[in-house]
Design a protein. Structure first.
Length: 322
């Protein structure tokens, strides 16, 4: 069984190779909220807020129970062997969806991205392959159609930021491999969609300069910033001196095609991406930090699960009357 949040919340039956059809949009929201807290109890009041916001219906608890019951039944139909050990269970005043971490597509994505970052400096070709595989897990915006309440909305924002960071790493790997001609169009689209992300702009300036498009590279280097409080009008553009200086250090691609297609991990190209020579080290450290953060999250989730289990099994001391 595979649970999906990199797109609309969903369930994929690996045995029969089919998606489990959810019966209503509310059921999709419910699944998303449970997957965000996979393996831990989600209180009833939080689930009600996810499904109906600040205007829950009368007897919202009963309505929630009905949605939970239908989702539990669909899970059992997809896995008949678990009829006596259902994945969706009641725990205290909430519900828990039980699954192994590797059954969640966002966990697979994070593991693959962490692996790619370890490869990026020494083997950008393999890093690019792993990053493309990781990004291929996405079927649309994270938790699409289910990111209405605070739980899902916050998780969707975090996942989208992780997707953009992975795209930045993929563009970095392409530049290291000398694939600037191939990546220019994609970077133009990314800069247009995310004009305030500095790393996309830096990468585009480098790619354009390598292609001999010096004027366009200089224009891209004029990075926008957000207006300060009280300022009116569109974002003000300020010169990105470092990007322009780096881009100017590269000969036009048309001047020497053999050089233009040479792999980008040759000496000197690290300075192209960062004149201080720190870019690769920062990428490595960031990958390690994100890997540790992911592990910390998994440990915290397991601690919460064990704590909740202990609280349920620990008897409350009885006070003797005076």
């Amino acid at each position: 069984m595979q649970f999906r949040v990199l797109g609309p919340p969903g369930i994929h039956d690996d045995v029969r190779q089919r998606s489990v059809q959810l019966t209503s949009p509310k059921q999709r929201v419910l699944l998303g909220a449970l997957l965000v807290r996979l393996g831990t109890r989600v209180p009833t009041d939080e689930l009600i807020r996810e499904l109906w916001g600040s205007n829950p219906p009368d007897k919202a608890g009963n309505a929630l129970q009905a949605h939970v019951s239908r989702l539990r039944q669909q899970l059992i139909e997809a896995e008949p062997s678990r009829v006596n050990t259902p994945r969706l269970v009641v725990r205290g005043s909430g519900y828990v969806l039980q699954a192994r971490p590797e059954e969640l597509d966002s966990v697979q994505f994070r593991l693959q991205v962490a692996r790619a970052r370890r490869l990026l400096e020494a083997d950008p070709h393999s890093a690019a392959l792993v990053l493309r595989k990781a990004l291929g897990l996405w079927r649309g915006p994270a938790l699409e159609g289910g990111a209405h309440g605070p739980l899902c909305a916050a998780a969707a924002a975090r996942l989208e930021e992780e997707r953009l960071l992975a795209l930045e790493d993929l563009c970095d790997a392409s530049l290291r491999l000398g694939r600037h001609r191939e990546v220019v169009r994609r970077l133009e689209e990314l800069v247009a969609a995310h004009p305030l992300r500095t790393r996309f702009r830096e990468q585009l300036a480098v790619a354009l300069q390598r292609c001999g498009r010096h004027g366009e590279a200089r224009a891209v280097g004029e990075a926008p910033r957000r207006p300060r409080a009280g300022e009116a009008g569109p974002p003000v553009r300020t010169g990105n001196v470092r990007v322009l200086r780096d881009a100017a250090a590269v000969r036009p691609a048309a001047a020497d095609p053999a050089v233009a297609e040479r792999p980008a991990d040759r000496p000197g190209d690290a300075d192209l991406l960062d004149p201080l020579g720190t870019h690769r080290e920062l990428v490595r450290l960031r990958g390690r930090l994100e890997e540790l953060t992911s592990q910390q999250h998994a440990l915290r989730t397991e601690l919460q699960r064990l704590t909740a289990l202990m609280e349920e099994r620990t008897p409350v001391p009885r006070r003797d009357s005076a």
